[in-house]
Design a protein around this ligand. Sequence first.
Ligand code: DAH
Length: 346
Amino acid sequence: MKEKIAQYIKDIQATSIENFKDKGAEVEMFRIKYLGKKGLVSELFEQFKTIPNDQKKEVGQILNQLKVAAQNKIEEFKSYVENAKEFEDIHDLTMPTNFSEIGSRHVLSVVMNEITEIFSRIGFTVAESVEIEDDWHLFSALNFPPDHPARDMQDTFFVEKTEGRQEVALRTHTSSVQVRVMENSKPPIRIIAPGRVFRNEAISARAHCIFHQVEALYVDKKVTFADLKQTLLYFAKEMFGADTQIRLRPSYFPFTEPSAEMDISCNICGGKGCNICKGTGWLEILGCGMVDPNVLQSCGIDPKEYTGFALGMGVERMAMLKYQIRDLRLYFENDLRFLKQFEAIV
Ligand code: DAH
């Protein structure tokens, strides 16, 4: 009897649910076979009653081992079946997923990319440069004389102002990229420089100490003001719609001569006059002009051979006009109620 029971224990231990075809039904058959009312274990306990007393202790022990082995095996089967069920649930590809929130581009990136793309369609390539600049690239090479009042036009964050050393500052405009590019390449030059700029301004709805600009520069033989004007018209129509008109007003920048500011017809009232354009029908958009010969000279380009135009615009302002955003601070507060309004724009 002992050998028989030992064999059953071995059989139980060797049984693997992996080999069951209909797992639920075969687990039940297994249970009935060993632990059912008329199963092997009860049958053996019946026989146990009849064995001689001196064998009872030994056979009783091994018989209990058989019962425990069968019970453990059934527990093992059950947890296998449960796990398998969970696994199936997870791998049901037809189940709807838990949607995890994905982010979207910031409206400033969207607008900056759009401006860049419009210019890239007419042959401009992107140029990027450092945000911490020296005096030369920020002012001197751009024709700002040391004591020129134009330097005061931009309240600058100086990083280092040590006696006898180059002044280093957070760049106040992306025009510094013009200098870096002209110093390092030969005409024809046609670049667009998007980037972050910094000015020491009190933060309000209309001013911020960090903002973004896009600069464009075109230098080649025989570049004229007509090229500038045509490029501006193309840009305005692409950016604000085909009906958009432009006008140029004379202005002053140290690095361009002549200089101008460009207005577009108000895209909100269509030029009739509204509170956005303050009743004028025009919106101020950007600064531009023909690159001053002194700037070309400073950057190692012969102004007798080459001419060029440059323009620069504020990205925050573009986005404000395009999407009627009224407060500059919204761009930097990361309020999801604001950011989510631009989710659909890519
Ligand atoms: N750098 C000027 C600013 O920050 C913008 C600007 C004006 C850039 C005229 C230009 C330009 O390239 O030609 O206000």
